[in-house]
Each structure stands twice: as C-alpha cells, then as structure tokens.
Design a protein. Structure first.
Length: 393
C-alpha cells in the first residue's frame, strides 16, 4: 500500500518559539512519531498580487493539481505496462532527479533556476501547466506507438505459433501438394476439428458436384485441428467452400510464393527488433515522465500551500510548513491530532456539534471554500489550517 503524504502550514506566531526548527519539533510532537514522520517543507516567498488574484490562483492551482495527479497516475500505468506489471521493477524505475521518489520528497526544495520565485505566481502556473501537458502528450504518444508495434509483433508470432485455423501456412504446406497452373482444377485447404475428421473424410466427395474422388490429403494436424488438401473443379469451387463453412469446416486461403518462408521470418525479425527498440524508448520516456510529473506536482503543491497560507493567515509571511509521511490508516489520526491542537485557528467561523462535525450552515461555506480551492486538495471538509493530502501511485 503506498504511503500517504500530508502538507501542513501553520503561522509561526502560534508556537512558543519563533525558531522554525523548534516549531517543527513541536508540530512533530503533536502529530506523534507513532503516526507519522514530519520533515520541513521549504516554501519560498513568492510575489503577492491582489486578494482577487490570489483567490483566482487558488482555483487555478486546485485544477492544475488535479491534472498533475492524473498525469502521474497515467505515467505510473505506462511504466506498469512496459514492465509487464512487475511491481518491484516498476518501483526501480520511479526515480526523481536520479533519486528514489521518497528521498526526493523528503529533501524537496524549490527549483529556483527552472522556476524563478521572483516571477508572478500566474506566470509560474502557466509554465508548470505547459510542462505538464508536454509530458502527458510525450508519454501517451510513445506508449500508444509501442502498443501498436507490440500488437503487430503478437499478430506475427501468432501466425508462427497459433493453431492450424489461424497460423501462417507458409511453413506447413508443401507446394507440391497444390494443383498449380491448371485451367480446370484447383486445390483447397480445409481446416477440420479433430473430432470431425472421420465425418469429413466420409462426406467431402459429395459436398458438391465435381469434387475429385479420393483427392484428400492430410497436410498437418495439431491438438485441435486437421488440415486437408482437397481438389475440385474450379466451376464448383464456390459451392464446395460454402458447404464446408456450413459444417463449420474452415477454408484457408493460401497461395505459394517463392521465398515466402524467408520473407515471413525476416518480417518477424524486423518487427521484433523494432519492438525491442520501442520498448527501450518507451521506458526512457516513462522514467523521464515520472521524474518530471512528480517534480511539477510538488511545485504546484508548494504554490498551493503558499497561496492558501496568505489567504488564511495574511501578512507578514511568517509560516512554518511541513511534509508529513504517514499511511492511509494512520492519516485520520494525524488529522485528528492536528484538529485537536489547531482547530482554534478557525475561530468561531465554523461551529461544530458535539461529535466535531461541521454544522449544516457551515457545511455550505465549506463547499464554497472547497470550490475555490481552499481547504485541502482532496478533502471535502474545511480545515482550520493549511492541509493537503496526496498519494503517489
């Protein structure tokens, strides 16, 4: 089961010390080491616009984060597809900046070179959105290309290894068994279930007029089917083949081509080589896509934390932010501990009943805040502090 991560941001002024490290230590004690591990999550001081702009950016960031989660999930599925569903091998490919994903998260810092913090937040959002779209298109395009090549290879392999009703007959039929160059006669190849073999031999001569007597030759047999060669006059061929179909005996079209065996093998080898090359390219794009999409997701979350902290706590920018690593089972305990300690930050804006649930009137406000992207990435309930949960697939 994947780990669950929680981003929390609180005003530094609510702690006994103005020291960030001591505030984080206090927060870690509140959460409890039995429930989770708590690490600092550095958030730069971005350029702040108007209140209306911040509210709009909160909405934009909420939508962008949902897109990030979707793309990361699709990239994870692409890696699953390439690695044949081997979870251990998939996890080995999930590196971010050449580091294990968990290590990248625990040591996350804003990429100041790639996303200059002195740029307006709206501009940073646009940059991150465009990068995310590019990654999504690259991974999707390469995966679809690989699937198409893989399907072609599977079809060619099936021709080599399938049963007599589907496989290529190039390696099965001796061309000397076929009547060739005759003005009146032609040979038909009929696939018959093994259980119908005796019935076929008894009745094929009378299926239609002008079937050459005793012309049946058993060409090949596998576990399920027997392949016969039958000679008829051309003028009654259509009727003979129709009668075979009515009895569930399958006519196989085959025309001998000189060098056909070699051509089929060369085509199989060519597509197999193309599939191996495509597999490597798809894996590379998948690895890159994972690294890039996870990085973008964390930067979007950083912006969400900043914007919501400003909307909630105002100025000056004195906040302490933390990344909490827990499990889906323990996450509720983390939330309860935080609520117990810091719910007062909501003041009287949100009244709760004896069970701690938001009352009916306040629930309406909760939904309005959630619609504006305020209150948590995937939580329908409003929190009195900045709180976002996310899970990497």
């Amino acid at each position: 089961m994947p780990d669950k991560y929680i981003l929390v941001s609180l005003p530094l002024g609510i702690f006994d010390s103005d020291n960030t490290d001591e505030a984080l230590s206090t927060l870690s004690t509140v959460i409890s080491v039995d429930n989770a591990t708590t690490r600092p999550f550095p958030v730069p001081d971005f350029k702040i616009g108007t209140l209306d702009t911040l509210v709009q950016q909160a909405d934009d960031l909420a939508k962008l984060e949902a897109a990030c989660e979707s793309v990361v999930t699709k990239v994870a599925e692409a890696l699953q597809n390439v690695m044949g569903g081997d979870e251990e091998k998939v996890n080995q490919q999930k590196m971010v900046n050449d580091k294990p994903t968990d290590q990248y998260l625990n040591r996350f810092s804003w990429n100041k070179v790639r996303y200059r913090a002195d740029k307006p937040i709206g501009e940073l959002v646009d940059i991150l959105r465009k990068e995310l779209i590019t990654i999504d298109n690259d991974v999707k395009g390469k995966l679809n290309q690989h699937k198409a090549i893989k399907n072609d290879l599977t079809a060619l392999q099936r021709k080599q290894t399938g049963n007599l009703s589907t496989k290529s007959l190039t390696h099965v039929v001796d061309p000397t068994l076929l009547v060739q160059g005759s003005e009146y006669l032609e040979t038909h190849l009929i696939v018959v279930p093994v259980s119908n073999k005796k019935d076929f031999l008894k009745s094929y001569e009378t299926l239609s007029p002008m079937v050459v007597p005793r012309s049946s030759v058993q060409v090949a047999q596998d576990e399920d089917f027997t392949l016969f060669a039958i000679t008829t006059f051309k003028k009654t061929s259509a009727e003979f083949l129709q009668k075979c179909r009515e009895r569930k005996w399958t006519p196989r079209h085959y025309k001998h081509i000189e060098g056909g065996r070699e051509e089929e093998q060369q085509e199989l080898n060519r597509v197999a080589q193309e599939e191996r090359k495509s597999w490597g390219e798809t894996l590379r794009i998948g690895r890159t896509g994972w690294s890039e999409s996870v990085m973008i997701w964390l930067h979007v979350l950083t912006l969400r934390v900043f914007v919501e902290a400003v909307l909630r706590y105002g100025l000056p920018l004195d906040y302490v932010s933390a990344l909490v690593k827990t499990t889906p089972k323990q996450a509720s305990k983390v939330r309860s501990a935080l609520d117990s300690e810091y719910s007062y930050l909501g003041g009287n804006a949100f009244d709760k009943d004896k069970r701690g649930r938001v009352t009916k009137d306040d629930a309406k406000l909760t939904s309005e805040l959630a619609a504006a992207g305020i209150g948590g990435a995937e939580n329908s309930e409003y929190t009195a502090y900045v709180y976002y949960e996310f899970v990497l697939p």
